[in-house]
Design a binder for this molecule. Structure first.
Ligand SMILES: [Zn+2]
Length: 331
């Protein structure tokens, strides 16, 4: 068994705190997940005791978990809480299943629901105050893409079939093996990780479109002094602080140590998993960000927020395919 929180009482305590916060928050000011209207009122309860809400705009009723990872789940919330806890560690699907007490198949669905919500959340990240920016790169892993029915048309090249090195020459250069990852973090612990582009060439003026909205509320930006960042800061009226790459020294409160730490975590992840899965690049980046945030956040507020993230992963999309068996070995 895993050496992690084993104290069931502690887990139950946490769960009820989160549940209370959820019910309170949701019932108070709920935005309709279907039409976006705020004209939503309480409307009795479902058989399982869950609060039912009614939207006067689109005249639909739904539970407080509509559009989140908890929508349609038959599992108790404590199982989800446990699963979120174990996902903050780099454990594989089997270990996660064992810890949360669910089947391997369920473990797969839970993981992908959560990763989907995390990736959606990443699209809304806004940094503020002092922030650090720098790109890193990582290898893409093509595992899980072998089956015909799972052919991903957007793949930059065919998957290697008998080991990376031996097949490399058949597909030319390794140009498309790498991705550039946009990476930004502020002092409140908000993390932005996104695939900037596929390939080995570094970014240029693209940084404007990638980071533009994310750093709208930033006052000071610490970077490696790359010209595109200078231009970006000028345009946005942000104070720019340049540091040499790999420089660990601080100038007062300014440094790029946080973003370097995130780079090291991405590197650690890709070494362990032979790259980031090509199918879910942004999802896995969101997962890496989640793990870093788990270390530094108040678990109760953090998880309460997470339970409200928008989740668009639907189990029905995957029923009847070999999707699960293909992916069960993935970390
Ligand atoms: Zn509505």
């Amino acid at each position: 068994m895993l050496q992690y929180i084993k104290d069931n009482k502690l887990i139950n305590d946490y769960t009820s705190i989160i549940l209370e916060a959820l019910e309170y928050k949701y019932s108070d000011s709920f935005i309709c997940p279907i039409c976006g209207s705020s004209h939503v009122t309480k409307n009795g309860h479902y058989k399982n005791g869950l609060q039912r809400l009614y939207c006067h705009e689109c005249q639909k009723s739904f539970s407080i978990y509509k559009g989140t990872i908890l929508e349609g789940t038959k599992l108790p919330i404590v199982t989800w809480f446990k699963y979120l806890l174990i996902m903050s560690k780099d454990e594989d699907l089997r270990d996660c299943a064992q810890y949360a007490g669910v089947s391997l198949k369920t473990s797969f669905y839970m993981r992908h629901k959560i990763m989907n919500a995390l990736a959606n959340e990443m699209n809304t990240v806004k940094l503020e105050g002092i922030a650090e920016i720098d790109e890193t790169n990582a290898y893409i892993s093509y595992s899980g893409n072998f089956k015909k029915q799972n052919t991903n048309k957007e793949l930059p090249r065919k998957s290697y079939q008998r080991g990376r090195k031996s097949m490399k020459h058949k597909y030319g250069s390794s140009y498309t093996d790498k991705i550039q990852i946009a990476c930004a973090v502020d002092r409140k612990g908000n993390i932005f990780l996104k695939v900037a582009k596929i390939g080995t060439t570094t970014l240029g003026e693209e940084v404007k479109s990638i980071y533009g909205e994310v750093i709208e509320g930033v006052s000071d930006l610490c970077t490696d002094g790359f010209y595109a960042y200078r231009n970006l800061c000028k345009e946005k009226g942000i104070k720019h602080h340049a540091f040499k790459n790999g420089d660990k020294r601080k100038r007062g409160i300014y440094h790029i140590n946080h973003v370097n730490y995130i780079h090291s975590q991405i590197a650690k992840y890709t070494i362990k998993h032979n790259g980031i899965s090509s199918k879910y690049l942004d999802e896995y980046l969101a997962l890496i960000a989640y793990r870093i945030k788990c270390k530094n956040s108040d678990i109760k507020t953090f998880f309460t927020d997470l339970f409200q993230c928008h989740c668009t992963f639907r189990r029905s999309q995957y029923i009847g395919t070999d999707f699960i068996t293909d992916n069960i070995s993935m970390g």
